[in-house]
Design a protein around this ligand. Structure first.
Ligand code: 6R9
Length: 656
């Protein structure tokens, strides 16, 4: 039997095991080995958070911990001042750690760059001065639309250094998504790339953006990073507006002292999908956010900054990238791997080659990636020496037990605890997760809230549900919570604090709590889809489909997918009752791709003469979901015309 096959057999054997204690070798050296940290946090939560915050370097120490006078607008450490880039860079260099590697970067074609803390500090100071030279000041919004190149970190920290607010847009999102996010946040500068590389192909970024940039009246400058490699053609530059990153840095002064910021000064905006078509501009603060990410990064990943090599595979365009590829690890002086490429390029064993090459000890990734690796086969990881790994993490969606066991066995070789971390763009940092040296894990459960965080399950009327299924709420404010939705205070209150009052944050997920008090997050209760761990809203995808000239109406729902978790099924009614054809289908998918991005493309389109609606005209997505998932239809009595569903079921059965 090959090694891959014997590992697979072991996965099957372990299916009977209900829970896993921390491996003894791990526990013996873990940071946290007993439950006293929970008791300490419970005794005085605010004092506990203040202690975590004091692990950062403050220019002015804070005297108040939490101001909740205007709840749900909470203010943490409000009379203190600090700088996030100082905490991520200067203080480590000042402590003699300038030569420590901040990032081992690996490019798509196997190029490597090693960036030390001292080098990163140098680049950040220069680019911060460069941004100032372009007229950027405290409070200005700077857009960032870059692939996974080191400059993305430089740009984020340079903003933080001068109090500019970054607004990163995921590199896989479309031009239209960039335009919209820049317009609503009134960005003054956009930092982007000439080209991006993906699986051996080069795609133009800057020239594709150009027509959209013309429409942005607040945008004064575009900074262009060379990310396409030496073979890439130079991109067109507009005089007076566009500047090259290399030129900006070369012309800028070398020193730029970090500017102290009020703790509540916004560090960044990150757009995330809400339950309507319009993305939410989630605003994070400086002091509270940095406290949350540095504390959780040490605690949940059991970080030993001197020894560990840590790799978070998330793109910086997502909150996971912000918190656990940039701010958390840098605030803790950790050494990270940054990987530009895809998980299967140039071959499906590349991740394991990278783990071996850099001696990765902590790996943090998503269930969708684990399932893809599972499908490619255990022989790929089996070919590499993965003995450096000591801890594994997952995030983004519920992990199915089979993928958990595969990760545990084939990647972790039963030596590494798995931390299944539940959190959201809004929470800023991890909220529910095991402590790896302490918590017994159950495959598929994120276990318990971490020390300092309090959660509950409630029914629709807000009553606590001690055991069974309910809606997840966080019952006390925490430092890294979102502060507002950019420019939409009322929507902030309505989205998170209207259902259960100003103290209980409504998460939007349903969950189950078992007899041992373990939380099992089941998924979203609103119209938010989760494709490959990425949030998309039904409304967002529907408006992109409806924007196609032939389309009259559309409704999208999800169905379970083995690799991506959820896949999008679109029900589409064409204008004038026209019949759908493969060409229109291809155009619709392309439309979604250009408006939002490739990952939002429907996997199936079902042509619908009519959509199921209530008498008041609301589309009943619930019924569509039941139909695609081949379930008994729920209550159809409120339907205006129940025969619509019969016709649709026939369509679905005949493959659309
Ligand atoms: C960090 C991140 C948040 C939503 C969240 C939930 C789902 C994330 C999870 C999980 C089960 C986990 N989610 N982690 N579900 N177990 N460990 O993913 O943020 O993109 O805002 O998504 O993702 O549904 O509400 P974000």
């Amino acid at each position: 039997m090959t090694e891959g096959a014997s590992l697979d057999q072991r996965v099957t054997e372990l299916a009977e095991v209900a829970s896993f204690a921390p491996p003894e070798t791990f526990r013996a050296r873990a940071r946290v080995r007993d439950a006293s940290v929970f008791e300490k946090a419970d005794r005085d939560r605010l004092a506990f958070w203040a202690e975590q915050a004091r692990d950062l370097d403050w220019d002015t120490p804070f005297s108040t911990v939490l101001n909740d006078a205007e709840a749900p607008f909470y203010r943490w450490f409000e009379d203190g001042t600090l700088n996030a880039s100082y905490n991520c860079l200067d203080r480590h260099v000042a402590a003699g750690l300038g030569d420590r590697v901040a990032y081992h970067w690996r490019g798509e074609e196997g190029e490597e760059r090693t960036i030390t803390y001292a080098e990163l500090l140098d680049s950040v100071q220069r680019f911060a001065n460069g941004l100032r030279d372009l007229g950027v000041g405290k409070g200005d919004v700077v857009g960032i639309y870059l692939p996974m190149v080191p400059e993305v970190v430089v740009a984020m920290l340079a903003c933080a250094r001068i109090g500019a607010v970054h607004n990163v847009v995921f590199g896989g999102f479309s031009v239209e998504a960039v335009r919209e996010r820049m317009a609503v946040s009134r960005a003054r500068v956009l930092v982007t790339a000439d080209h991006a590389r993906r699986k051996g192909r080069l795609s133009a970024v800057k020239s594709a953006l150009d027509p959209a940039l013309e429409q942005l009246t607040d945008l004064a400058h575009v900074v262009v990073v060379r990310a396409g490699g030496d073979a890439a053609e130079p991109c067109p530059m507009r005089d007076g507006r566009d500047v090259r990153y290399d030129d900006v840095v070369a012309a800028a002064a070398a020193t730029c002292p970090a500017e102290p910021m009020e703790a509540e000064h916004p560090l960044f905006i990150l757009y995330s999908s809400g339950s309507t078509g319009k993305p939410k501009g989630i605003v994070h603060s400086t002091g509270g956010y940095l406290t949350g990410v540095s504390y959780t990064h040490r605690l949940v990943f059991d970080l030993d900054a001197e020894r560990d090599v840590y790799w978070c595979t998330a793109d910086v365009g997502w909150i996971t990238g912000h918190s656990y590829a940039v701010y958390g690890p840098l605030a803790n002086g950790a050494t990270s791997v940054m990987f530009e490429g895809a998980a299967d390029y140039p071959h499906p064993g590349i991740w394991w080659e990278v783990v071996e090459r850099f001696g990765v000890s902590i790996l943090y990734t998503a269930p969708t990636a684990i399932r893809a690796c599972m499908r490619w086969g255990s022989e790929h990881p089996a070919r590499h020496d993965l003995s450096s790994l000591r801890l594994l993490g997952t995030v983004g969606e519920p992990i199915n037990p089979k993928a958990w066991l595969w990760y545990h066995t084939v990647i972790g070789r039963e030596r590494c605890p798995i931390v299944d971390t539940w959190w959201q763009t809004e929470t800023g940092s991890i909220m529910i997760a095991p402590l790896p040296g302490l918590t017994e894990t159950k495959p598929g459960s994120a276990t318990h809230p971490i020390p300092g965080v309090t959660a509950d399950l409630v029914d629709g009327s807000g009553q606590s549900v001690p055991e069974g299924t309910g809606l997840l709420v966080l019952t006390e404010p925490w430092p890294s919570m979102l502060r507002t939705l950019y420019g939409e205070e009322e929507r902030y209150v309505r989205s998170y604090f209207s259902e259960f009052g100003p103290r209980r944050y409504a998460v939007g997920d349903s969950a189950r709590r078992d007899a041992d008090g373990y939380y099992w997050v089941l998924g979203r209760v609103d119209d938010v889809l989760n494709v490959s761990g990425h949030r998309l809203s039904t409304g967002e995808v529907e408006s992109a489909i409806v924007a196609h000239e032939k389309v009259a109406e559309a409704a999208v729902v999800s169905e379970p997918d083995e690799v991506t978790g959820e896949a999008i099924v679109a029900f589409v009614t064409l204008r004038g009752g026209a019949e759908g054809d493969p060409e229109t289908e291809a155009q619709i998918r392309e439309h979604v791709s250009t408006r939002i991005g490739k990952l939002a493309r429907p996997s199936r389109i079902v042509w619908a003469e009519e959509l199921p609606k209530t008498r008041s005209g609301k589309i009943m997505r619930r019924l569509l979901r039941d139909a695609v998932q081949n379930r008994e239809l729920g209550d159809v009595t409120t339907l205006n015309d129940p025969s619509v569903m019969t016709a649709l079921r026939d369509r679905i059965a005949s493959g659309g």
